[in-house]
Design a protein around this ligand. Structure first.
Ligand code: ADP
Ligand code: MG
Length: 237
């Protein structure tokens, strides 16, 4: 389970008001949480603090009960899926997935089998020898998903990973994430600008506004008939 207690950061701008962000959040293991909210609300900052790319000024961050504030990004029990896939252009699909297991690509026979298994699960088993440039956008995204699968981390973070994909493919990737998450009991935190995406796969939904989580609850409830004025405005109600 993921829990944040007043995890805070302040961006200071010259000649402008500074922006204070502070997050309280608790997500059960195996839960899929969608994070929605207007541009500039602080969604990516929230993710950056969890991932360890941005050092919080104060507060506490726990994964499975363990305080991880001091761990480097690479040590944290999580993996991240970016919109731009983060694939290495000079490495094959196989090696790009294998990087999730060993950064130096020294793989045991069991590791190699695991790479192939992950590729099969996301439907790219036939492309293992290709370079990223020989793949479509959707296939590249699958490689990135396979890489996060072989890492076996209990938490998966996604920052609008599928917003550049066309609707059918996006739906497919959402289904893939949801089924993989449920199969492996992975907790998922997914930033999305689409309430529809949230309704499709998220158990819970958090609405971020002006650097804080204003509303959080079961997705249907949060998006169905919201009472919060700003959430209504965001949803165009
Ligand atoms: P979102 O992902 O919800 O669009 P962000 O977390 O990217 O929002 O940004 C939240 C706020 O913090 C915005 O007002 C943005 O301008 C500001 N901000 C983001 N990154 C930085 C940074 N590196 N330095 C200063 N201000 C930043
Ligand atoms: Mg963002």
């Amino acid at each position: 389970m993921l829990s944040l207690s007043q995890l805070s950061h302040c961006y200071r701008h010259q000649n402008q008001e500074s922006m204070q962000l502070s997050f309280d959040l608790s997500v059960a293991q195996g839960d899929i949480l969608a994070v929605i909210g207007p541009s500039g609300a602080g969604k990516s900052t929230l993710l950056a603090m969890i991932a360890g790319f941005l050092k919080p000024d104060s507060g506490e961050l726990r994964i499975n009960g363990e305080v991880i504030d001091r761990q480097n990004p690479a040590e944290r029990p999580l993996s991240i899926l970016f919109q731009d896939h983060n694939l290495f252009p000079h490495l094959s699909v196989f090696d790009n997935i294998a990087l999730g297991i060993h950064p130096g690509l020294r793989l045991s026979t069991a590791d190699q089998a695991q790479v192939k298994d992950a590729a099969a699960r996301v439907g790219i088993a036939h492309y293992l020898d290709r370079l990223p440039e020989q793949l479509s956008g959707g296939q590249k995204q699958r490689v990135a998903v396979a890489r996060s699968l072989v890492r076996h981390r209990p938490l998966l973070l996604l920052d609008e990973p599928f917003s550049a994909l066309d609707p059918a493919l996006r739906q497919e990737m959402l289904d893939l994430i949801a089924s993989l998450a449920k199969e492996a009991g992975i907790t998922v935190l997914m930033i999305t600008h689409s309430p529809d995406d949230a309704l499709k796969i998220a158990d819970h939904c958090a609405f971020v506004e002006q650097g804080e989580i204003r509303v959080c609850g079961p997705t249907q409830q949060v998006l169905g008939e919201p009472e919060d004025e700003r959430l209504r405005k965001y949803l165009g109600r």
